[in-house]
Design a protein around this ligand. Sequence first.
Ligand code: 5GP
Ligand code: MN
Length: 315
Amino acid sequence: MFEEAVKIVNDSKSIYVVAHVNPDGDAIGSTFATYFALKKLGKEVYVVMPSYSSRFEFLPGVKDSIDKIEKKNYDLLIALDSSDYTRLAVSEEEYKNAKKVIMIDHHKISRPYGDFRYIDDKKASASEIAYLFIKALGVEIDKDIATMLYAGIMSDTGCFSYADTSPDTLRIAAELMEKGVNFVEICQRLNDTMKEEKLKLIAKAVDNMETYMDGKIRYTYISYEDIVKLGLNDEESEGMANYLRAVDGTEVAIYVRGKSDGTLKVSMRSRGNIDLSKIAIAFGGGGHPQAAGYTMNGDIEVEKDKLIKVVGEML
Ligand code: 5GP
Ligand code: MN
């Protein structure tokens, strides 16, 4: 499975590990677990993560990540949890300066890339694949690696509740727990803790909510100006679609937010009766059946109507 990837790693000295921009728990868990494992193998390794939400700062190593790959030539880029190389948190130039690229992902693929690819859309998280990769590398899982893998798996399975959670997922989680992972703290910090500003953002999201098709579709929009006014940044303003989806009877929740770069980010969540990844891919993005997204181009009112129409037709 990973034989070729292991060979590439063995032949590499300078290695950078990267995930998608706006990293979520799985992106962070899978990259840092891989980073810790490669360190144990004596590699010169860094995680490239130019920005992330402060709520992840309690996790080991996160503050040691770097913003940019300065080296003009390096051996290997390991990219996790990103279905398209243009979504990686490195520039095209930094990407191309790698002698080899390993891609590890679990999205329904839009654009595979790299010299070695391990893509399994049946896996609930990239962190679950990272676990297999680390085992293949022959590294013993220590507490830091286990903490990161657990945080990633827990995040992307919605606390082991989404449909793609498998018996294997739980067996891996059990093994990680045995390594002394503080699963109580991880769950509390990642799921049950927020800044007061975030609570105010939820209020705003609820205030701006629109419903369609008798509440089967819920939509909300928050401008970047409002996000800044609340004192939040791009990463900290995520997650509103989950709250909308939680309302009884909702099939699809849509959250559009303005971003610091002037673009509009669409985040969608479903209860699983509709495959959102298909819709997101049609609009130039990607994701999973229950969680998908894309960047909205053009006039928001026109584009919103288009999206609501497409979702309505699929329901
Ligand atoms: P979120 O709504 O949390 O930003 O993203 C949900 C899922 O959709 C994630 O798995 C994420 O990787 C994917 N996704 C979100 N936005 C994009 C996008 O612009 N392009 C692609 N390819 N995937 C996206
Ligand atoms: Mn993921």
